[in-house]
Design a protein around this ligand. Structure first.
Ligand code: UDX
Length: 434
């Protein structure tokens, strides 16, 4: 396993749990030490159990020494492909570097498996660089943070991108790696390299566009007096639309959706598909605008200005069950509130490493809300959704909460004396804001 970030660490532990002998290689000695000690370098339910089991059985090893991959039959490439510093496209330096440095250790009959998310066209280029007799299969990963172990061991589908001339080389070897998963009936689709690459970026971009779509409807609801949650509830009952990924609010973030949407837009431009690029870029703009939208709601909740006001922010992770703050809408909102002059005191059950100038930390909700004039629910952790509004009212004099994720039961909060403001939802009683 080359690269032991989110994808590689989970994949390594999951493959060891299937009975394979796995060597995970990463350049970061601190990460390697933690993984080797059975400790997950990020919050991911179920991962530490697998790491410990792999360490005890001896089937899972982590190292900084790439030479340890010599003799392996299958080489998974799991390095990151972040957004390039210079533009919207993906930075492929780590991917190209990983494949280059792997080449001296490859022997005929080996299979290189690309799992990194890469722009369409990358796999065919990399396949051309591999030694004769070494096959490349492009095998995108669809794991979600927070359910990464289950997503790896029980995926919705397995996609193989193969060189489309002749035999799909490498597919049989990869079938043997995924044996028990395939036997459980998980669909496995073989297609060209280009299709497999596009599956991954299209899947993430579709999810992003879908979230932006419901947030665009949220803006229409605000402008017309409709309630976006009523609209979404009815949309979900149409089986053609489906029920998931229609939660409006603060928009999408994390290490994948934003960068993959932008990378696909950039690739669409290169491939001279300007309308596709426009569609994706507008979804990105709709998402970016969520922060200002919710910040304006917070200002409204304080009578028009955030300047000098103390705001408690509940949640920093980009979504619940994660400590990831990459591109986190909650962190971006905190910055926007602070930028408008607010003194922001933030808390999160696990994402405690998101220190930013102008942002104070509190260890829990009680500490965060003490002295606050306004509360903002920015990440919908279950423990925040289940807060007892009467109890919270005992911890703070604030009586307005901005429900940026549209998850609170407004009637219950109103009964305890709160005004709940949520984007896309008509204000329950605007007179209480004055
Ligand atoms: C995503 C893809 O889901 C996964 O298949 C891929 O392999 C990696 O990228 P992840 O980054 O873990 O996974 O996050 P995801 O659960 O997709 O959520 C992304 C963002 O969208 C979060 O910020 C979440 O809060 C937001 N979101 C999601 C919404 O705002 N509304 C929704 O209805 C759903």
């Amino acid at each position: 396993m080359i690269g032991c970030g989110y994808l590689g660490a989970v994949h390594a532990a999951a493959m060891a749990s299937l009975g394979h002998n796995v060597v995970g290689v990463d350049k970061d000695p601190v990460k390697v030490d933690r993984l080797a000690g059975g400790e997950a370098p990020f919050f991911e339910p179920g991962l530490e159990e697998l790491l410990e089991r792999g360490a005890v059985s001896g089937s899972l090893e982590f190292t900084t020494d790439l030479g340890r991959v010599a003799g392996a039959k299958i080489h998974f490439v799991c390095v990151g492909t972040p957004q390039a510093a210079s533009g919207l496209g993906a930075d492929l330096a780590a991917l190209d570097g990983a494949v280059d440095s792997l080449i001296p250790f490859l022997s005929p009959g080996n299979v290189v498996v690309g799992k990194s998310t890469a722009p369409v066209g990358t796999a065919r280029r990399l396949a051309g660089a591999l030694p004769a007799g070494v096959a490349l299969v492009w095998n995108p990963e669809f794991l979600r943070e927070g359910s990464a172990v289950a997503d790896t061991l029980r995926p919705d589908r397995i996609v193989y991108g193969v060189a489309d001339s002749g035999e799909p080389r490498g597919a049989a070897e990869l079938d043997s790696v995924y044996g028990s998963i395939l036997e459980a009936g998980v669909p496995r689709l073989a297609m060209s390299y280009e299709s497999a690459e596009l599956v991954k970026t299209a899947a993430n971009s579709y999810l992003a566009v879908r979230v932006s779509f419901i947030n665009a409807v949220s803006d229409l609801a605000d402008a017309s007096g409709a309630d976006v949650l009523d609209v979404a509830a009815a949309l979900r009952l149409d089986p053609r639309i489906g029920s998931r990924f229609l939660n409006p609010g603060l928009g999408f973030g994390g290490g994948c959706l934003p960068k993959d949407l932008r990378a696909l837009a950039a690739r669409a431009d290169e491939l001279e598909a300007p309308l596709t690029a426009d569609l994706l870029r507008v979804a990105d703009c709709v998402n970016e605008a969520r922060i200002g939208r919710v910040a304006a709601l917070a200002a409204a909740g304080l009578g028009g200005s955030l300047d000098g006001r103390r705001v408690a922010l509940l949640g920093l992770a980009f979504k619940p069950l994660s400590d990831d703050v990459r591109n986190s809408p909650a962190v971006r909102l905190a910055a926007a509130l602070a930028g408008a002059g607010a003194r922001v005191v933030a808390t999160d059950p696990v994402a405690v490493g998101a220190a930013r100038p102008g942002l104070e930390f509190a260890v829990g909700v009680r500490e965060a809300v003490a002295g606050a004039e306004l509360l903002v629910l920015a990440t919908e952790w279950p423990q925040y959704r289940e807060l007892d509004p009467a109890e919270v009212a005992g911890w703070t004099a604030a009586r307005v909460i901005v429900d940026a994720r549209c998850v609170l039961d407004r009637a219950v909060w109103a009964a305890a004396g709160w005004t709940v403001l949520a984007p896309g939802r008509p204000s329950p009683d605007p007179r209480r804001l004055s």
